[in-house]
Structures are given as structure tokens and as C-alpha cells.
Design a protein around this ligand. Structure first.
Ligand code: BES
Ligand code: ZN
Ligand code: ZN
Length: 493
């Protein structure tokens, strides 16, 4: 599907294919935008007749469809309500784009012309996000309903400005889509080695890649992450991505760290059968980091950014870690592994320690599908954030609002921290019955060595049960836009 943004002219009145026009909501009904008015005239009032007889009020998301109208070349005219005029913004424009493509992608139409009214760049972005579908494994006609749209053309005033804005958003969409693809892949296709191969492709964008294999990790004393992968026949890997986009290559890098458990069976503390298949998405944190690196490098962000992902499969087997085992992490701190299903924190512990020791970052942000408990607290609407740095939290909260990937700050502190003290080692990998997301965060904090840090628990937001206006149900790619926006707003030259 090709998306173009062109300067507005009256040519659209003779365009073939689907044409989209807009109306706003006003007190006593709707008011057509000029292109809608012109179409109404050309069709001898067919558009207003249809609007009037379908209770169209121009409310946000309302749609009127006119098929093969007399007097114009268009095969259909779609009239969309934008709500109240001053409520239109980048996010609502995105949603409108999503609604347009959702309405038309299986219609058999080949082209869509969208005539002025929304913020074209953001609507185009919404079209890219909403048209994504993970359909590569369908083989039959019935399942593989294909998007028939080949071109989408926006006609807008100031097309050059919109095109510039879209060129960045297009790269961000590439990142979101890569993250969704990674999260959607099943565990037999995406395992540490195959995952690392996919990440290597980011070299094309100027990202440097370095990989630590099990030997290298052993050398570094990373028993914590190695213990998690001990039962798997796949090799545990840490992949490091470097984007040095700042003018000054010596400027302290920003660090993004992701949990990449390509499948989480729970290990010997085996999860129950029902729903276990969902645990292919337990690498969602790492996918957000990989996707964000792709977006950042794609749009050539002027910042130095390090991405580190711990890739490992958590399996039960004769060689698997036992509940009760004690391991020594790279930091030197020892961990009593009382539950092998609380493995994400064991992966991140060594990744975070390695990150701060090797790269002296300005801050570290880790993302992980870390706890079921975060869904109990926040549902699927907000990701939970845990942090030792107020300013960084404020920046993330603001970025989350801008891109509609919201975060909610949760407390941490001494009273929670002592719940992970162990009788026989420096700490244990589970807390008590309550506050499971917080005790998990306390565990991570013991490995950040005082560096400004935020942990984002995305267990509730990485995968959605319901389709939204910009995403089909399934992998959301949550985190890519959030991280990109944080960097764009605060950390570029
Ligand atoms: N990957 C899971 C967390 C998770 C659960 C994500 C459900 C999404 C949906 C994590 O590794 C895990 O199993 N956590 C345990 C921790 C517990 C054993 C302390 C949990 O949340 O139950
Ligand atoms: Zn687990
Ligand atoms: Zn897990």
C-alpha cells in the first residue's frame, strides 16, 4: 500500500475510486467541509440526503457511505464526522485514518483519496498502524482476506509540511510494525538465535550490533540470566544495539533494556496449561526496544542510544534450574530462585548491571512483560512505571499522553524492598502474596547501581484482546512510540 500526500486542488471532484470527505459536529447537527459541500452539489444533494436520513450529526467517527453516486467519477464517497472542530488533534487524526482504512481495506476498492480536513501526516500514520495484520500463516482464501487498497492519496493544504512530518512518522510506524511482528511470532519460529538474526538486519540503518553468547556471559559471571535458559536447547543471547546519532559521540548514551523471554513456560515452576500459548509474547519488552531502535535510527534521531535485550527461553527439562537454586549475578549479588516462573527479573538483573557498567548511561529504561499483577492493578489501559527519578517519570508520563501509550507511576520503597530479602542469599526472586509488581521492581532496582532508571511493566499493554481504531487485536507494539517520543521531546541535539 502506497501513501502519498499531495497539494489540494479541485481535481478530486473527478477522481475515481473511494473518496473521503469530512464534516464537523456543530450545535444543531453537522457542517460540511468544503470538499463535502462540492460533492453534495455535484451529486444534486445526494450526500446531504444520505446524511440527513441516517442521523449523521458529524460526531467523531460517524460514517455515511454513498455508493456509485450519480454525477461523479468516484465509486463511493465516504463522509466522516470529525466531532467538534477544536477537538481535532494529532491523535484524533490518527484515529480517523484508522477508521478510513478499516472501512475500506476489504471493500475491493484499489484507491482512496482523502480530501483535506484531518492532519494528513497523522491520519496517514493511523492508516499504517490500523492496516497491519499478522496474516503470514494463513493459507486459505477464507482466512486471508487481503487489503485491496494499493494507493492512498491525501490532498491537503501545505503538503510539503505534511510530507516532512509523515516521513518521520512513517519510520516510527516501521518500528511499531516490527515490534508487532516480533511479538506475534510463535516460539518455534522466534527463539533467541532466530531473534538475534532479525535484529542483525538493523545494521542496514546504521545500528551497530554486538552479541554476547553463553560463553561470553559465563566469563562475565552472568549466572542469573544463564540460569533461566539452562533448560532450553536454544542458546541464551544478549544483543546490544548502538545508535550513535548525536553530533558528539562522547555524550552519555541513553539506554533501553528489554526482557526477551521468547517463550515462558514457567520452567520447573510450570505455568498451568490454559492460556500458556500467550507466553510467546513474553519478549514484548525486548520487541519495544528493538522497534524503538529501528524508529530512532530510521528517522536519524540526533541522540546516542543503546538498546540491550536479553533473549532466552524458559523451559522445564532435566537441565533446567530448580526452585531453590542459588545463582550469583554479574553484580556479585546472590539470588535464591524460589520460583522459576519469576524469570524476567533474573534476565534483566544481568542486562541492567552490564548496561550501567559498560556504557555509563544517562539513564536506563527497562521494559518487560514482568508480572500478571500489573494487570490486576492497571488492566490493559496503562503500563506501570517504577522509578528512582522523578524528572524522568514526568517526561515519560508526558510522552505517554502525546502518543496515547499511557503510563501510571507506582510506588517503590524500603518496606517493599525488604520483602525480597532471602534467608540464605542476598535476595530471593519472589516477594510475598501482595504487591507482586512492586516487589519485582524492587528486585530490578538492586541492579541499577544508583543510575537514573525507570522500569515499565507492559504485561497488560503489549497484547490486546480487542481491536482499537489503530490496531487489530493482538500485538500492539506498545512502547515503541513512547520511547521514541521521550527521546524526541527531551534528548536530541
Ligand atoms: N511473563 C510472566 C508475567 C505475565 C503473566 C505476563 C501473565 C503476562 C501475563 C512472568 O514471567 C511471570 O510468570 N511472573 C509471575 C511472577 C510470580 C511467579 C512471582 C506472575 O506474574 O505470576
Ligand atoms: Zn514467568
Ligand atoms: Zn515471563
Amino acid at each position: 500500500m502506497k501513501i502519498n500526500i499531495k497539494e489540494l486542488s479541485n481535481k478530486y471532484l473527478n477522481t475515481e475510486g473511494a473518496v473521503v470527505v469530512f464534516a464537523f459536529n456543530v450545535e444543531d447537527g453537522y457542517t460540511f467541509q468544503k470538499p463535502a459541500l462540492l460533492f453534495d452539489e455535484k451529486t444534486s444533494g445526494a450526500l446531504s440526503n444520505a446524511a440527513n436520513s441516517s442521523e449523521f450529526k458529524g460526531k467523531f467517527g460517524q460514517i455515511v457511505e454513498l455508493l456509485a453516486p450519480n454525477g461523479v467519477a468516484a465509486s463511493r464517497i465516504i463522509l466522516i464526522g470529525l466531532g467538534e472542530m477544536d477537538a481535532l488533534n494529532p491523535l484524533t487524526s490518527e484515529q480517523v485514518g484508522g477508521k478510513v482504512i478499516n472501512k475500506l481495506m476489504y471493500s475491493g476498492e484499489k484507491s482512496i483519496t482523502i480530501v483535506d480536513g484531518v492532519i494528513a501526516a497523522h491520519a496517514a500514520f493511523g492508516i499504517r498502524l490500523r492496516s497491519y495484520k499478522f496474516d503470514k500463516y494463513y493459507t486459505t482464501e477464507k482466512n486471508s482476506k487481503k487489503n485491496s487498497i494499493a494507493t492512498v492519496t491525501f490532498l491537503t493544504v501545505g503538503a510539503d509540511v505534511s510530507n516532512r512530518a509523515f516521513s518521520d512518522l512513517d519510520k516510527i510506524a516501521d518500528g511499531v510494525i516490527m515490534a508487532r511482528d516480533l511479538v506475534s511470532e510463535p516460539g518455534n519460529i522466534l527463539y533467541p538465535e532466530s531473534y538475534a538474526e532479525q535484529i542483525k538486519e538493523l545494521k542496514n540503518l546504521g545500528i551497530e550490533i554486538e552479541i554476547l553468547n553463553e560463553d561470553a556471559m559465563e566469563e562475565l559471571g552472568m549466572e542469573s540470566i544463564l540460569g533461566v535458559g539452562q533448560g532450553s536447547s536454544s542458546e541464551t543471547l544478549i544483543v546490544i544495539m548502538k545508535w550513535m546519532g548525536s553530533k558528539n559521540k562522547k555524550v552519555q548514551p541513553l539506554a533501553l533494556v528489554g526482557k526477551g523471554v521468547t517463550f515462558d513456560t514457567g520452567g520447573i515452576s510450570l505455568k498451568p496449561g490454559p492460556g500458556m500459548g500467550d507466553m510467546k509474547f513474553d519478549m514484548g519488552g525486548s520487541a519495544a526496544v528493538v522497534g524503538a531502535m529501528k524508529a530512532i535510527a530510521g528517522r536519524k534521531a540526533k541522540a546516542n542510544v543503546i538498546g540491550i535485550v536479553g533473549l532466552v527461553e524458559n523451559m522445564p527439562s532435566g537441565t533446567a534450574q530448580r526452585p531453590g537454586d542459588v545463582v550469583s549475578s554479574m553484580s556479585g549479588q546472590t539470588i535464591e530462585v524460589l520460583n522459576t516462573d519469576a524469570e524476567g527479573r533474573l534476565v534483566l538483573a544481568d542486562c541492567l548491571w552490564y548496561c550501567q557498567e559498560k556504557y555509563n548511561p544517562k539513564f536506563m529504561i527497562d521494559l518487560a512483560t514482568l508480572t500478571g499483577a500489573i494487570m490486576v492493578a492497571l488492566g490493559q489501559e496503562y503500563a506501570g512505571i517504577f522509578s528512582n527519578d522523578d524528572e524522568l517519570c514526568e517526561q515519560l508520563i508526558a510522552a505517554g499522553k502525546t502518543v496515547d501509550e499511557p503510563v501510571w507511576r507506582m510506588p517503590i520503597g524500603e518496606a517493599y524492598d525488604k520483602q525480597i530479602d532471602s534467608d540464605i542469599a542476598d535476595m530471593k526472586n519472589i516477594g510475598g502474596k501482595y504487591a507482586g509488581s512492586i516487589t519485582a521492581a524492587q528486585f530490578l532496582q538492586r541492579f541499577v547501581n544508583g543510575v537514573p532508571w525507570v522500569h515499565i511493566d507492559i504485561a497488560g499493554t503489549a497484547w490486546k484482546q480487542n481491536t482499537s481504531s489503530i490496531a487489530e487485536k493482538g500485538a500492539t507494539g506498545y512502547g515503541v512510540r513512547l520511547l521514541d517520543q521521550l527521546i524526541r521531546d527531551n534528548y536530541e541535539d
